[in-house]
Design a binder for this molecule. Sequence first.
Ligand SMILES: [Zn+2]
Length: 459
Amino acid sequence: MSAKTHCIADTTIVTCREDEPEVLHHHSILFEDNVITRVAPESEIEHLLDGRSDVERFDGRNHVVIPGLVNTHHHLYQSLTRGLQCVQNAELFDWLTELYTRWRHLSHETVKLAAQVSIAELLLSGCTTTSDHFYIFPQDSDVRVESVLEAASSLGMRIHVCRGSMSVGKSKGGLPPDDCVQDEKVIMRDCARAIDAFHDPSPMAMVRVDLAPCSPFSISTELLRETAAFARDRSVLLHTHAAETADEEQYCLERFGKRPIDYLADCDWLGSDVYLAHCVHLSDGDIRKLAKTQTGVSHCPCSNMRLGSGIPAIPELLRQGVRVGLGVDGSSSNDGGHLLAEARQALLLQRVTGGATAMRTADAFRIASVGGADLLGRQTLGRVAPGYAADLALYRTDDVALAGAVAQDPLAALMLCHVGRADRVYVNGRIVVDDGHLTMLDERKLAFDLNQAVGKLFR
Ligand SMILES: [Zn+2]
């Protein structure tokens, strides 16, 4: 069977050429199955397609098209516990301690449903690839990485599932209750199983598996080192939380006599195959180490604001050449999973203390698209260009939220205005959002079912 050719005709495109975004007016995008084959002025493509009747054509004149955005940090299951009253005003350690008492009741079905809701939100915002840091496997629960993977496949999302881990429970001086942590041998066996069963190293992979202890201090030093060695042996990425709060820094100083980044460095946990969520509390030396080792940083501005964790020095990280991507973080510490809105927050947050030049629209767009793709080691994601995946997000230009701005500066419209839903989203060449609605599942049913599940879980 020959490949199906699609054309998004005569549209406006915003995408990064090298590191800087550019806007292409009156251009068309051709893709065959899941790969973009041509991006060129509309007249050129029309000429090329002259007389062909086998092309599925979409009139893009009322749309602006961007590469599907890449979310580099999430905990998809957390929509089960978002907005929870008892932690609405808590900082990280209190927030975690309280939430563990709820998360110990997770099951395959509840995690899958919560993940579907979180993924639905991401897709509707124009995000087409997400990392999911899934680290809680309560004892006697049937929760597995499959709980998240089934959710992603039911909605057509591209995913990096991060097989997380916790082995240091309360009785060993950790934060989680003992029934929420696992034996270290069990953890390593399941990491191997997840990679063998699901990791796809091919360029257009819909599923990859990364290895991801919850935090450097939630497993033993030996397991932290073993995880890094094993990931490198299997050529998969490493991910964890790091330097999120001042409490964490204090905890690491007391427990290891080192600040978090120094401890990670000692455990062979810095490098271009590592991406760290948050990195709010960094010394100048830490920043130099991250730049030198090409370690990635997943910036989660809303979560840092919601938990009062602090303001990471993103402009300085970018200046020093640290690789930065964007993340919404879990739904319990950022109660909305809208990646375009997250880019706007990233920009606004830096301006609070750094002034109006601290972060440009170009910086925010770059970290949300090609920056995130780079963090996840995906050279074929994050741009609208030949050879890249047909992951595309289309927003209507006749939306009142964008009107005025989009006519003069489409990039500014997307980064500065309050953008609602994407109108159409393609992942791997497949339409997963059409006319502002999911194509594969009924979103009202998802929301209804999650509300029911939450009611039962916390009765
Ligand atoms: Zn997180």
